[in-house]
Design a protein around this ligand. Structure first.
Ligand code: SF4
Length: 388
């Protein structure tokens, strides 16, 4: 590793850790919790630089509950950054550089994160940004031209350092000025993990994160849940996307019902219900809890409510003697009622449907123009962990 290079900030003040004020940093790093982001931070930490990892959290990625664990086992400084609404807005308007194979807007995502990180630099007295990208690791989104596009669009070309693949890139101003020792950076490229695992061993990392996963937007199972929320719920909120991750999801036009699959789902739904929502549950036999989403802009008519109660009764139909009406408890506006649903009405009413990924994908194609991803020649065909 290279020699530590003094960093000329906080002059005239009492200096703390590695020559910077206790609450200032040399750089801010995009930190996903993936191996590349850990190694990028460790590489610069080994040069005596103080780096703060920014762990971005949205409804689709981020594990704020793991930050304390990461800090402890990797000896890193990490802080969460809330980008919930930014990412909902990004998906609502449609990413400028298109989606990947599923609902992942990777290029726009990285531009958004870097732009946000750049805005935080003065707050932490930091001079530059760090990202754990590896040239050629992803077939499209980590190509040289895409890396350049991301830096240009986020306006971070002169302040972004990619320590893992720096040897394949032109020296940054931080290297040229001697703030970072280029000889202590790496020249990793390609899809293998051999170099990263070697580095992890050199740094003595006690845990190696698994390579894939982490972003729900890359997963069809999650994306098919998110799509109708994006397209049918007025002003979807982080809570709406949290609800989309629970139980089974049924849609009837703009009406949305979440049905618990088990006790944990039922408890989660009960805990998340607001007074605007409608809660349905069989009281004559055991059955799931169902939450009908209510919010401004979504109106449930009496007929909608009746049909929904019949639908919910259908989940426990086999537990009733033939011909027996179901008793469904409805809580609406914090007031409980009991609805009687005739046996012949119970069942999976055809008006309530579950989205498949194919249906969501078709709607996605219809909604967003096909040439979005071609604006930059970028196609985001790859799947990778967040913020790496
Ligand atoms: S996979 Fe990574 S880059 Fe792509 S959208 Fe998800 S977090 Fe962003």
């Amino acid at each position: 590793m290279g020699n530590r290079v003094p960093f000329p900030i906080a002059t005239g003040k009492r200096l703390g850790y590695h020559g910077v004020m206790p609450d200032t940093y040399h750089a801010l790093a995009l930190f996903s919790g993936g191996l590349d982001s850990i190694l990028a931070m460790k590489t610069l930490q080994a040069q005596g630089l103080r780096i703060l990892g920014l762990h971005f959290c949205s409804p689709f990625f981020g594990h704020p509950d793991r930050i304390e664990h990461w800090k402890r086992i990797y000896d890193l400084e990490i802080q969460s950054v809330d980008v919930h609404q930014e990412f909902i807005d990004l998906l609502l308007t449609g990413p400028r550089f298109g989606f990947g194979k599923v609902l992942n807007p990777c290029v726009d995502c990285k531009i958004t994160m870097l732009t946000r990180a750049k805005s935080l630099l003065p707050i932490y007295g930091a001079r530059f940004l760090v990202s754990g990208e590896v040239l050629g690791q992803r077939p499209m989104s980590q190509r040289r031209d895409t890396l350049n596009l991301i830096s240009k669009q986020a306006e971070v070309r002169d302040i972004l350092l990619r320590p893992l693949c720096a040897g394949h890139l032109d020296p940054t101003p931080m290297e040229r000025e001697g703030l970072v020792d280029r000889s202590g950076l790496h020249a990793i490229s390609g899809r293998g993990r051999k170099d990263q695992l070697r580095l992890a061993a050199e740094f003595g990392l006690p845990e190696i994160p698994t390579p894939a996963g982490g972003c729900l937007l890359t997963e069809r199972e999650s994306a098919k849940r998110f799509w109708p929320v994006l397209t049918r719920i007025p002003e979807p909120s982080p809570r709406d996307f949290a609800l989309a991750n629970i139980g089974r999801q049924f849609w009837n036009g703009r009406l949305w019902m979440v049905v618990g699959r088990n006790k944990a789902d039922n408890e989660a739904l009960e805990g998340m219900a607001s007074t605007e929502d409608l809660l349905f549950k069989a009281v004559d036999v055991q059955g799931p809890l169902a939450l009908g989403r209510g919010k401004p802009g979504i109106s449930w008519t009496e007929e909608d409510v009746r049909q929904a109660a019949d639908f919910v009764a259908g989940f426990s139909a086999k537990k009733r003697p033939p011909g027996q009406a179901a008793q469904i408890r409805l809580v609406r506006d914090a007031r409980p009622h009991t609805l009687e649903c005739p046996a012949q009405a119970s069942g999976n009413a055809p008006t309530w449907m579950e989205f498949t990924w194919d249906e969501a994908r078709q709607e996605k194609q219809d909604r967003f123009t096909q040439d979005q991803g071609k604006q930059s020649g970028v196609e985001q065909a790859d799947r990778h962990p967040p913020q790496s």
